[in-house]
Design a protein around this ligand. Structure first.
Ligand SMILES: CC(C)(COP(=O)(O)OP(=O)(O)OC[C@H]1O[C@@H](n2cnc3c(N)ncnc32)[C@H](O)[C@@H]1OP(=O)(O)O)[C@@H](O)C(=O)NCCC(=O)NCCS
Length: 242
């Protein structure tokens, strides 16, 4: 898809830092943002996260070529401080095989060669906010923009594998499902799963060996946001009923 062939996204609002309003813009990222996007990755995923998994220029150029509409960033005071990358996939949530995927096979190792324009699901490839801008609501605003894209494109849902960085330390005593149940009952806190629950996402299932992510013991929690205007047939009975 050519950059000129899609309706670009741009939204401004205010967020509060130390009780002072600051103007935030959520917009599609562009080629001249690439350097900032790679810096944000470095800041967001420090060791032990493998540096080979940080974005490289070729991946970001592929994103812009294949699905520019799905590439979002957050800008404050002229600086890009967060990004959210998505692609479209065909996913039937009642098919257990489709749930047992890895990040690498779903996203073509982050190059999104697997992007399927005719699919039904907006799949989150990555989200990150620079530590200097966390807790201001940027992650939530970027996800809100992605939910709006789900509605705009008439897709069934947004889905993504949430890292579970608190699980690695608990892995000797709990299965990943038990850990998620403990997070859902409020006994344990997880920074990423907790963030996504607050952003309106629902837990679907645990994916094992999802990503080479020591803090999460390789696991991820697949979490969805359903398009409230569509009632798809493949709604999976809640794996984690409350
Ligand atoms: C996860 C991340 C994107 C959150 O971004 P953020 O901009 O700081 O989050 P927001 O300020 O939008 O927070 C939205 C909500 O989540 C909550 N939240 C944010 N960080 C949280 C945390 N560490 N633990 C629990 N809740 C959290 C906020 O309190 C807020 O709740 P509210 O809406 O009820 O007030 C950011 O911490 C990050 O980049 N982490 C490292 C990269 C990463 O692991 N990405 C996830 C890949 S799956």
């Amino acid at each position: 898809m050519n950059q000129a062939d899609f309706s670009s996204y741009e939204k401004s609002c205010f967020v509060y830092r130390d009780n002072k309003p600051e103007r935030l813009t959520i917009r599609n990222y562009r080629e001249d943002d690439i350097e900032a996007l790679i810096r944000i990755q470095r800041e967001c995923f420090p060791p032990p996260y493998p540096s080979e998994l940080w974005w490289n220029r070729e991946q970001l150029l592929n994103h812009l070529r294949r699905f520019p509409q799905g590439m979002l960033c957050a800008e404050i005071g002229g600086a890009v401080v967060g990004s959210l990358t998505t692609m479209i996939a065909s996913i039937d949530l009642t098919a257990p095989d489709r749930l047992r995927h890895t990040w690498a096979e779903m996203t073509d190792n982050g190059y999104i060669g697997t992007h399927a324009p005719d699919g039904n699901t907006l799949y989150v490839v990555d989200i990150g906010v620079s530590p200097s801008a966390r807790g201001l609501g940027l992650g939530k605003q970027m996800l809100q923009a992605a939910y709006e894209l789900v509605v705009e494109l008439g897709l069934d849902r947004l889905l993504g594998g949430a890292r579970m960085p608190g699980y690695g330390r608990a892995a000797a005593e709990l299965t990943p499902e038990e850990y998620v149940e403990a997070v859902l009952s409020g006994e344990r806190r997880d920074p990423v799963v907790g963030f996504l629950l607050r952003c309106g996402r629902l837990p679907v299932a645990v994916a094992r060996d999802y990503l080479d992510d020591e803090e999460s013991a390789g696991c991820a929690l697949l979490m969805e946001w359903r398009n409230p205007f569509r009632h798809s047939a493949d709604v999976r009975p809640d794996a984690f009923p409350l």
